[in-house]
Design a protein around this ligand. Sequence first.
Ligand code: ZN
Length: 266
Amino acid sequence: MKIPSLMYHDVVEPGQADASGFPGGAAGHYKLDVAEFDAHLGVLAARGPRFAAVTGASSAAATGNGLLTFDDGGASAVAVAAALTRRGMVGHFLVTTAQIGQQGFVSAEDVVALHAAGHVVGSHSHTHPAEISRLSMAELEHEWQQSVDILSGLLGAPVTVASVPGGFYSRQVAQAAAAAGIRYLFTSEPTVGTHIVDGCLVLGRYTLWRGMPAQRALELALGSGMARQRQWLAWNLKKPLKRWARPLYRWVRRSRLERPRPSAGI
Ligand SMILES: [Zn+2]
């Protein structure tokens, strides 16, 4: 099953990057300005596929639908959801549950409202660990289960969708998510390919970041041009570095991010 999914984060006013989601320059790289995002939605609505809920994934593959996802659970999710609703699009809002009600993040009422408006609310782990794939199986299960329990408690409905924080996917991360009832798990792997782990459908995503033209979002959604291949190549060139030089990679990453706290984004 091939499904094109796009990964967004927060949408902010110019110069107000820290108003929504995780603060700092590294997270800010993935936050689009309101006007930028509006341009993306305009092009996607006019010429892109239909954006529906992943819970109809088999029909998404059959009809060429795409999926729109928004990581972290920043406060801008409320305005983003309204913009999607106006265009008849469904969004997937993946929430870092430990941040609910904190400065810059959605409130419990927001979570309920997103769900009531017909959007999909899912988990982005409980605490957004810096490298979730390094956790033990017990810690992984706790991250997902606690997050799912909080969201399903708020919504009064099962929570079956999640995304992996930081793009640190491993099979164990998926197995722990599946054990917590997750049936659709988004990674940051730039691919339309999917596979199943313990009954959970694992889906890749293409990343959108600040400054990326609307046309690029359309190319990623449709598979036109070379945008998908470029993201795939960049991602896979980084893989050996991540795998074989983890300590060095962590040091480089920390230095570049200039912050020791859990990181947002891919
Ligand atoms: Zn994140």
